[in-house]
Design a protein around this ligand. Structure first.
Ligand SMILES: [Zn+2]
Length: 155
């Protein structure tokens, strides 16, 4: 018997990153979406690691809190607030696409690493729309010489 999909998904999750998201006040629904797993799967994972989770999007109050965690700033990027525990937060805020990548990798990104939006939509932070580069230099090289996406302003 192979390992279940659920188990494989759990292997990709680093508990400290999840713990941080929970502590920052994010709801199960949102964290599960970031991780690309089912809410029920996350709940089991949290229970096993004895992390007291925040409730889901059931009530109106929770929904309001959920919205408050995401802010679209003037630069067009989505920021997550309440992230004071993040090693590279600025005034408690961290770029959502970087947190999505960190959650996927199970580690924090270095200051040098750059996360690229494949469709050039800064607000589409689905993990499948994100690409990680080791440096800004590598990122620029990709955009200038390799990327053929129609939304690339260089094309
Ligand atoms: Zn880019």
């Amino acid at each position: 018997m192979g390992r279940s999909e659920k188990q494989k998904a759990e292997d990709a999750i680093r508990i400290d990153v999840v713990r941080q998201l929970v502590r920052a006040g994010f709801l199960n629904d949102y964290i599960a979406r970031l991780l690309g797993i089912k809410v029920s799967c996350l709940r089991v994972f949290l229970y096993r690691h004895k992390v007291p989770s925040n409730p889901g999007l059931g009530g109106k109050r929770n929904h309001a809190r959920y919205k408050g965690g995401r802010i679209v700033r003037k630069d067009g990027y989505v920021y997550l607030s309440g992230m004071q525990h993040h090693p590279r937060h600025y005034k408690g805020e961290v770029l959502e696409h970087r947190v999505v990548m960190e959650t996927k990798l199970g580690r924090f990104l270095t200051a040098e690493e750059v996360v690229h939006h494949i469709d050039y939509n800064k607000q589409n932070n689905d993990i499948n729309n994100l690409m990680l580069f080791k440096s800004q230099k590598a990122h620029f090289f990709y955009e200038k010489n390799i990327c053929v996406h129609p939304n690339n302003p260089r094309n």
